[in-house]
Ligand binder design. Structure first.
Ligand SMILES: Cc1cc2nc3c(=O)[nH]c(=O)nc-3n(C[C@H](O)[C@H](O)[C@H](O)COP(=O)(O)OP(=O)(O)OC[C@H]3O[C@@H](n4cnc5c(N)ncnc54)[C@H](O)[C@@H]3O)c2cc1C
Length: 354
């Protein structure tokens, strides 16, 4: 008898499995390794101040320290490098943006995140249209793909992993347990990312997935490897001369595959700002599990009490998932209350209407 089946091993399912296994639970993780899983394509940025209005990310003061602690612990356990601590260099291309920042810069919300050593002339050497900028600290990048693959290897080694597409028709639900192809578990947790829209038990929720296109490019001799540069688009160092460039954000997509239009748009945006030459290596896409009210979807099914959801990490899975996975496991195992802002109970009326 298993304690839990988890469907989906993106960053969400990985961290729920991690905290459950830490508590000695018997867990089976099922994943079909979808190549457009958001976690395998995302840059994994932890970015405390976002958007044109320089707004502090929701709950960021709690989320970042917990994320850092969790990833450092996983680095030790898995013996892989997961966390890169780097400042975000946000560059402005107009006097208006510079003025907007000046208005915000003394706000107590953002002051603690401003790095002192920003030097704009450094960026003007290799980027066009740089008016000014600011650097934010307590930022970084989580190597999500490396973490997920290492965790998958651990699950496989311990016999806790099944590679297949979960078949919802094969799930037998009883009041206090579920059965899936002969595996009996007390509870099942769905963490399928954007593919939860295909889940017959939870697709009543208002998911609003957003497709993202990114480019992988080679930029020889790029001088800002140690910064997460945002100049309209992000330019993020991955390894050697390879960089992640993106991304688009599209809720109105017709296909989840790469399109020539998005590729052209990203190439043009990069050419506009980058003075040095680059070579295109790849163009890839994935879909973010974004939701209408921009808060995670976590909790118990309104009718089937053995069914749970851990999803809705949106565009911020690398720093939302650690704290909320830990809180979710404390809810499941120690009966702690779920945060009302993330609890899917806020949408139970949608289920009743369906
Ligand atoms: C272009 C792009 C850039 C991004 N950049 C950032 C960033 O810089 N920082 C940040 O924090 N976030 C970023 N995000 C968002 C982040 O990627 C997501 O929040 C996060 O990865 C969601 O993780 P998840 O585990 O919920 O979903 P996913 O990563 O999609 O994982 C879901 C898993 O479930 C499996 N699955 C689904 N259905 C089934 C089934 N029926 N049977 C078996 N397995 C199944 C899939 O194979 C997959 O492995 C970005 C996303 C995109 C697309």
């Amino acid at each position: 008898m298993h304690d839990y089946i988890i469907v989906g091993q993106g960053i969400a399912g990985t961290l729920v499995a991690h905290f459950l296994l830490q508590q000695g639970k018997k867990v089976l993780v099922i994943d079909h390794q979808h190549h457009q899983a958001a976690s395998m394509v995302a840059a994994g940025l932890i970015n405390p101040i976002t958007g044109r209005n320089f707004v502090k990310s929701w709950r960021i003061d709690d989320l970042i320290p917990f994320a850092i602690q969790t990833y450092q612990q996983l680095e030790q356990q898995l013996k892989v490098s997961i966390l890169e601590t780097k400042n975000v260099a946000m560059l402005f291309n107009s006097v208006k943006t510079e003025n907007d920042w000046l208005v915000r810069s003394s706000n107590p919300d953002v002051v603690d995140y401003v790095a002192k050593d920003f030097y704009v002339d450094f960026y003007k050497d290799f980027l066009d249209d740089v008016q000014n900028g600011v650097e934010f600290k307590q930022a970084g990048r989580v190597r999500l793909k490396e973490l997920i693959l290492a965790y998958q290897a651990l699950l496989q080694k311990e016999g806790n992993y099944l590679e297949e597409q979960f078949d919802y028709q094969a799930l037998e639900i009883e009041p206090n347990q579920v059965q899936y192809k002969g595996v009996v578990a007390q509870r099942i947790i769905f963490a399928e990312g954007f593919q939860a829209t295909q889940n017959p038990y939870f697709n009543y929720l208002p998911f609003a997935p957003a497709k993202g296109d990114i480019l992988l490019v080679n930029i020889p001799n790029y001088p800002a490897k140690d910064k997460l540069v945002k100049h309209g688009i992000f330019i993020i160092h991955l390894k050697e001369d390879l960089y992640w460039v993106g991304s688009t954000y599209n809720r109105d997509y017709k296909t989840i595959d790469p399109t020539p239009k998005a590729k052209k748009s990203l190439e043009e945006r990069l050419s506009r700002v980058l003075k040095c030459p680059f070579d295109l290596v790849d163009h890839i896409t994935a879909v973010r599990p974004t939701v209408r009210d921009r808060r995670p979807f976590i909790g118990q099914h309104p009718h089937f009490k053995a069914l749970y959801l851990f999803n809705g990490m949106g565009a911020k899975g690398s720093y939302l998932s650690p704290l909320f996975a830990a809180q979710f496991v404390a809810h499941l195992e120690q009966g702690k209350d779920l945060d009302q802002e993330v609890d899917i109970a806020r949408y139970y009326s949608y289920f009743e209407e369906k």
